[in-house]
Structures are given as C-alpha cells and as structure tokens.
Design a protein around this ligand. Sequence first.
Ligand SMILES: Cc1cc2nc3c(=O)[nH]c(=O)nc-3n(C[C@H](O)[C@H](O)[C@H](O)COP(=O)(O)O)c2cc1C
Ligand code: SF4
Length: 454
Amino acid sequence: MSITLTPVLSRTWDQDRSWTREVYERHDGYAGLRAALQKTPDEVTQVVKDSELRGRGGAGFPTGMKWGFIPQGGDKPVYLVVNADESEPGTCKDIPLMMANPHELVEGVVIASYAIRASHAFIYIRGEVVHVIRRVQNAVAEAYEAGYLGKDVLGSGYDLELTVHAGAGAYICGEETALLDSLEGRRGQPRLRPPFPAVAGLYASPTVINNVESIASVPSILRNGAEWFTAMGTDNEDPKMRSKGFTLFSLSGHVATPGQYEAPMGITLRELLDLTGGVREGHQLKFWTPGGSSTPLLTAEHLDVPLSYEGIADAESMLGTKALQIFDETTCVVRAVLRWTEFYAHESCGKCTPCREGTFWLVQILRRLEAGTGSREGLEEDLEKLLDICDNIFGRSFCALADGATAPITSSLQFFREEYVAHLEHGGCPFDAAASTVFPVSTPADGATGVRTA
Ligand SMILES: Cc1cc2nc3c(=O)[nH]c(=O)nc-3n(C[C@H](O)[C@H](O)[C@H](O)COP(=O)(O)O)c2cc1C
Ligand code: SF4
C-alpha cells in the first residue's frame, strides 16, 4: 500500500473561516445529505454497513450494524445522540473537528437521524469547551436557516430537531450510558446492560449513540459511495484485516509537528512519523500509546505495526481513539503512569468497588514507587500488589473506565520493569522532569525566567 495522507474531514481546515456554512457548501457540503434523501432510510443504513465504517469513539463497533439494531415501527420515539465528550488523556480529534468543520458533523447528524428515523437528535459536548459549544451552536443555527434542519428538511417531508447540550465535565460522562443519564439531568453514572441503548436508551427509547468522528465520516460515504471508502484501509482480501477508510490520527508529545493527521487505516507509526517530521530532534522514541492512555503502551519495537483495529490487537494493545502520544527517552515511565492513574482515580465515578477502591490504592503504591523509598523486598511486594490489584479490577468492574486504568500499569511493567527498580536504587526518580517538557519551563535553578528545552 502506498501511503499518503487522505484529507477528507480535514479538507477545508486550512480555508479562511472554514467553520462557516458558506465555505462548507463550496466544498461539497450537504451533497451527502441530498444523496441520502434520494434513498430510503434502510438504503442509507445499508450504504453505511457496506462501507464497513467502524465507530471512532474507541471500541470500533460497526456503525451501520448499530443503526440496524434500532427497532422500527414501535410507539416510542427514536433518538440519535452524538458523543462529543472527548476527555481521554491524549485524545484530541473531535474538538478540532468541531472547531474547524462543524457542518460535517451537523450533516452527518441529519443523515444518521434520517437513516434510523429519529426526529430529534442531540450533540452532547463537554461543558469546559465553551468555544466549541458556541461554534457548533452557530453551525446548527446556520443549518436551520438553510433548511437542512427543522421541518421538511430540503423539501423531503422529513422533520428533524437538533439540540446541542453542554455536559458539566466528567470523563465518565463519555461512557455512553453515563452520558444518557447526564443528558436526562441525572448524575452521570453507567447503567446496567441489558437493556442496551438500542432498545432503551434516552428517555427509555431506542437510541443510537455515536462518536463525533463516526458521524462526521458519514457525509463523505454518502457523497462518494461505500466502495470509495472501502478502497482505503487495510487489505480487503484478508478477512481478519478489515479496518476500512480514512481516520484522524492525533500525534502529540515528543514529536516535531504535533497535530491531526488524516490517513488510511493501517498506516504505521513509522510512516506517520516519516510524513510529519519524526520524534523531536536529537531524541529517540521510548514508548507510545496507540489510542489514548487507556490502551496498553507500545515501544519502538512496534513502529511497524499497522494502525488498524486488528493490527494493534495483535500487538496486545487497542487502537482506541487513535491518540498517538509519543514519549522520548527523557520521559520517566513511572511518573507518566502515576499521572494517568491519578486521573483515573479522580474520574472514577465510585459506583463499583473494584474501581473506586482499586484506583485509590494503585495511586498510593505508584506514589511510593516513584518516590523510590523502601527496600528491595518491599519493591517486589509493591510490584506484585500492583499487578494483583489490576487483576482484581480488570473485567470485574462495571464499565471500561477501570479496565483502561490498568492498561498503562500492566504494560509499563511488561516493558519497563527495570525502571521501577531504578527508582529504588536511585532513591527517587532518576530522570530530569524538566528535560521531558516540550515547552519552556521555569525552575528555581534557571531563575525566574529560566528556559529548559532539553
Ligand atoms: C470511561 C469512558 C469514556 C468514554 N469517553 C468517550 C468519549 O469522550 N467520546 C466517545 O465518542 N466515546 C467515549 N467512550 C466510548 C462510548 O462509551 C461509546 O462506545 C462510543 O461513544 C460509541 O460511539 P462509536 O460507536 O461511534 O465509536 C467512552 C467510554 C468509556 C468507558
Ligand atoms: S468502573 Fe469505575 S467509573 Fe465505571 S462504574 Fe465502576 S466506579 Fe464508575
């Protein structure tokens, strides 16, 4: 496969005022909706099924299949809910997408709602990103003015209302059932399943919940056809390697040019780094996350693993949200893992014991290990205890937040056990924390305006 970037969602991001309806319409905007309205709702769902689009929110569930689960003809309304809560550490694609090209999302919402026969859709955006909320609200208002939303969409007889809802800012509200509770006005905590949202979701009615990028990918599929989409991605011939289409890969951390890179599924990190200027000058890759901090760490050994659902699974990690956080040799892996674990302990909603208590104890042990205090026997005991707690959390908690919390710990012990030992031998962290920052920092040693760029 010859690899180049494939800007589809990002095709207008360099245009002046790219977020306006006028710019979007000049770049095939709402052509996908016009094509969709020429088809029946079931035909639209079939196109999305044929495209093999898989959810971009982390789990990779086939989008068309999810739409097909919605029971039709019942007496309850059907809802579409867009998950725009994006808050996993390292994950940063939906917010730039909504800022630069909110109409692609709005168009996708109208097409998806039409396909599942919903007459009311919601976009749930995390509350802290007020600028993003305003931008999406403006796009929705522009879409109403142009007749893409509201009564009789483009004269088709189809009616759709779209509500933009601001969350209050909790990582757990990105979990789809916690999101539904939050949207209904309750404290966001995951729900017991079954019933699944397709049967009893928002207001106990059939509901599809999809990620921003999943929904924003739909207009181009309707514009260009399912085959155009399946022509991109991993090898069609191999039934085990079916990760189709383009997607946003978010490069952050110790790279020369961090940002969003839209490329076919199956590109490797090595190829992405070659296309984007590589690891920051003078440094080497130490470890990376393929899909945010909830996915097991990988190392330089994995540079040629295809960034596809199956390729990354074969490397015993997960593609997740394709948030590629890159860490060079200046980074202390114990410190990085501690920070992530503190995040999960803070964000644990407290509903179930393994996660609520387990993440607390993981933080206590990791703090001790990072401080490098105690004896060699104590260290071995702590490392065993970390793995034991992870084992008692993984698969035994109510939702996937807790499984994700264990991923950096178990994978760092698999690849960097000696670094935990080095903390004990050194009597603290052997790394210079300032050397790993990519921005200027002030330290007492440098004086008030000191700059450390390593
Ligand atoms: C703790 C937690 C946080 C999550 N946060 C998000 C999020 O911010 N955005 C998102 O789309 N999915 C998130 N998910 C995944 C959703 O539960 C759900 O799988 C996804 O929205 C489905 O959309 P998709 O099929 O289009 O990927 C999260 C899951 C968990 C367990
Ligand atoms: S696993 Fe954690 S976040 Fe999920 S329900 Fe249990 S306590 Fe809440």
